[in-house]
Design a binder for this molecule. Structure first.
Ligand SMILES: [Zn+2]
Length: 469
């Protein structure tokens, strides 16, 4: 008798407690919860995520001391925009601003990199990863990389489904009213919708986003995994936290005296979730209970050696004096032991976006290795084509970085077509070329990383051009 009643009472108490705490604090990112919930029903899930992490990290360590891989990794993105009311609609411009924000922050090109504290500067590293909206859909048809859908669901999570494994994944399935992914091996899928919780009819701040990490599936029995493990792969971002200067964010009270626009205006929720998608964990090691606000210990780790230990997350503020593990540590890349403050600058913290401006060298190395090991299908043919006879056929750009006007030297290649693609994935110039050398003027374009694509019958080649004034 008690056995039947007690869990019910406990669940009800837990729900009530969670609902009031969620209302008070909100929940920045549900990565840890999503991984734990999947593991509840599917015991190998976390082991498979840990295995993937371990394998990537071992590869990185085995390579240490060698020259870093300089190849730019290009990742195609499809954004699924799901709205039930006009207020939930996201503009194409906001999507473009988000892609640009990913490129700025993953490549240390944003102005706020100037705010990285000196003590952490030796560790702050560009990931040399570019994101672009897919230009070809799974059927081979041209696309703008945006799927827009009016849906029946106002919410994608209520408290009961959100506490179940896979309960946050309905947005990823047409059968459940959402939008089916594009082949998750070839595209990075981002779903944008209302991730607030429906708690007994009251809209309550829920997760701003979550993403599942890469998993090593080959050494575990298939039945120990969630059946949707491939179809659920990708990022989910609440529609209020997506893009740069999202106008809806101003209307969201975070419960700590700030609106969402005060803490999450700069597209960094998506940067953070992309970090998870590429295998990174929270820098404080997910110790303690973020929902209850109780801290962990300095023993919990993100298993990245060049992020200092911390017992708690950055709590959506920018506290540069935060130093929860004041003992001296030696961080690889910095020779001397020092009492490092908590690295609130890191995109994988929960500090406010005004604080966040860096990934570390080891985080970058791990993400790049994860792409090579588990997400190689994203890189597509272009990268492979580029690697062939690169020396003999390479085109050159100079000066690079450029202030606007630069020269493209095509070497032996004299004719073909040229495209200039801006940081958001839009083609801003397109031309047929019939000469070995030509000047291109981008002085009317905004600063950022541009992609120069050249192709003819013999080669297809891309080069990055940094526009910086
Ligand atoms: Zn997170």
């Amino acid at each position: 008798m008690y056995k039947n009643i007690l869990p019910g009472i406990l669940l009800a108490l837990l729900l009530l407690q969670c609902s009031s705490l969620l209302a008070q604090h909100g929940l920045h990112c549900a990565y840890d919860q999503a991984v734990h919930m999947q593991t509840e029903l599917h015991p190998a899930y976390k082991a498979a995520a840990d295995k993937a992490f371990e394998k990537a990290k071992n590869n990185v360590l085995a390579r240490s001391g060698k020259t870093a891989d300089e190849e730019t990794l290009r990742i195609p993105i499809v954004v699924h925009l799901l709205h039930n009311t006009p207020e939930q609609e996201i503009s194409d411009d906001l999507v473009h601003s988000q892609i640009e924000a990913l490129n700025l922050h993953f490549n240390r090109l944003s102005a706020d990199t100037a705010n990285t504290r000196e003590i952490f500067l030796p560790l702050a590293t560009s990931a040399n990863i570019e994101f672009y909206l897919a230009d070809v859909d799974p059927d081979g048809e041209p696309t703008n990389g945006i799927v827009r859908k009016e849906v029946d669901n106002y919410y994608w999570a209520d408290l009961l489904t959100a506490l179940q494994p896979g309960g946050l994944d309905a947005i990823k399935s047409s059968a459940q009213g959402g939008s089916d992914p594009w082949d998750t091996e070839r595209y990075c899928n981002i779903w944008v919708g209302n991730m607030a919780l429906d708690i007994f009819g009251t809209e309550t701040p829920g997760a701003l986003g979550f993403a599942y990490p890469p998993v090593e599936t080959t050494i575990f029995p298939a039945e120990t995994f969630p059946p949707n493990v491939e179809d659920a792969d990708g990022l989910v971002i609440d529609y209020r936290a997506f893009g740069v200067n999202n106008p809806i964010a101003e209307t969201i009270d975070m419960g700590n005296g700030n609106t969402l626009a005060d803490t999450n205006w700069d597209g960094k929720t998506c940067v953070h979730e992309m970090g998870h998608y590429l295998g990174l964990r929270h820098i404080w090691g997910d110790g303690g209970n973020p929902l209850l606000g109780t801290p962990g210990t300095c023993e919990e780790d993100d298993f990245i050696d060049d992020t200092p230990r911390a017992t708690s997350n950055g709590a959506q503020v920018c506290d540069l004096s935060k130093d929860t593990c004041p003992d001296e540590e030696v961080l690889p890349g910095i020779d001397t032991a020092a009492a490092y403050p908590d690295m609130v600058e890191n995109y994988m913290d929960y500090s406010s976006e005004s604080c966040q401006n860096m990934f570390t060298a080891q985080q970058v190395a791990l993400m790049r290795e994860m792409i090579t090991l588990y997400r190689e299908g994203l890189l597509g043919e272009e990268i492979n084509v580029n690697n062939e006879n690169l020396e003999a056929k390479a085109i050159a750009l100079y000066p690079n970085p450029s202030q606007g006007i630069f020269t493209i030297d095509l070497g032996d290649q004299k004719s073909g077509s040229l495209q200039v693609i801006d940081p958001a994935g839009k083609v801003v110039q397109e031309m047929q070329v019939n000469q070995a050398r030509l000047q291109v003027n981008l002085s009317k374009q905004a600063d950022g990383v541009y992609l120069i694509l050249f192709n003819n019958e013999d080669i297809k080649e891309s080069k990055r051009l940094v526009l910086m004034r």
